[in-house]
Design a binder for this molecule. Sequence first.
Ligand code: ADP
Ligand code: ASP
Ligand code: MG
Length: 407
Amino acid sequence: MLVVQKYGGTSVADAARIRNVARRVAEYARKDRVVVVVSAMGKTTDGLIGLSREITPEPEPREMDMLLATGEQVTIALLAMALHGLGLKARSFTGQQAGMRTNSAHTKARITRIDPDRLREALDGGEVAVVAGFQGLSDRDEVTTLGRGGSDLTAVALAAALKADVCEIFTDVDGVYTADPNIVPDARKLDRITYDEMLEMASLGAKVLQSRSVEFAKKYVVPVHVRSTFKLDPGTLVTKEESEMEDVVVTAVTHDRNQAKISILRVPDRPGIAAQVFGAVGEQNIVVDMIVQNISRDGYTDMSFTVPRSEHAHAVAALQDIGRAVGAQGVVHDERVAKVSIVGVGMRSHAGVAARMFQTLARERINIQMISTSEIAVSCVVEDKYTELAVRSLHDAFALGREGAHP
Ligand code: ADP
Ligand code: ASP
Ligand code: MG
């Protein structure tokens, strides 16, 4: 059997935890071939980002990648040493050495090709291959990173390239829950979840898996098992849909606080304006999320949309110019918003789900600022301070809690 395992930042936060991971890996390595992907230790990546901001508010993306890629390199060397200490053969590999090739989109590079020859060699020689997550090498031979949470993607992509039997994502929770267990105490661990639901959850803010890693897993049908680094119990299997999964209408509630709302006021309502506005934002490589356009009055309209909070200043700057160019009245923004969503494949075949969500929020007197829907999700933008209340009341309203938790 060939297993790819990934251990996240909290799981390798200090020397004792790295030794703990080494012990877990050693148990598998006695019977299976193992590739281990690791993240940077603890909050290292946040720390490095903070450090760069002390030098300059707008670092060059190439240098940012050079900086961020150092985090994972520390962990691979230390974990290989810990494995040696347990008498195992092990070797560490940077993203480049592991054959992860990407495009040149620094800080959010996409994988273009994987040549894992050196990993195969190591495995054939009876070694554990320890790979730095989150990093690769571009077509111009530059160091790149895959976006926040990108070690998940490294693991899934390697599992696909090596045709591994399973990709295990070890983390600080026991699996995928019906809501973030850190804010909903009676959230329930799911035994299984479909790729589609997991993909919605991940793109709607459940950071337990990076969304691109789920996209990749779905495309190459990689079985993903999300489980705890600190316990032996099985976690959650992310798999293809099975028919009984549709019986459950809502599977989970997710939230995303990394949101900001931008409105461009009184723009002329004529063809081509939206293309110009969103073209300007897209050129800055900023992903626009929900979009709402008001009904036109006297030939003018307001347009609102959300962007990642961390990029909103950038987006506003880009829009101010375009706003002037198209003759808009102005651009306003609000960073105190969050997105709350319900997700479930059963929504395809059940009516009235969105209405129940709106009623629940109304009962808590939470105003809905924007709404968007997909086939298997409904999302509402609300004031940030209501995030936890909204998530908990929706979790209750759709009876997602542990059995017996509700009288
Ligand atoms: P790692 O460092 O191992 O990659 P992350 O912090 O990226 O871990 O992801 C795990 C975190 O995801 C958990 O600590 C939890 O707070 C959060 N999370 C959000 N939504 C969910 C959910 N539905 N189920 C499980 N965890 C969730
Ligand atoms: N260290 C990177 C991050 O914090 C990648 C990862 O942990 O997955 O985003
Ligand atoms: Mg993560």
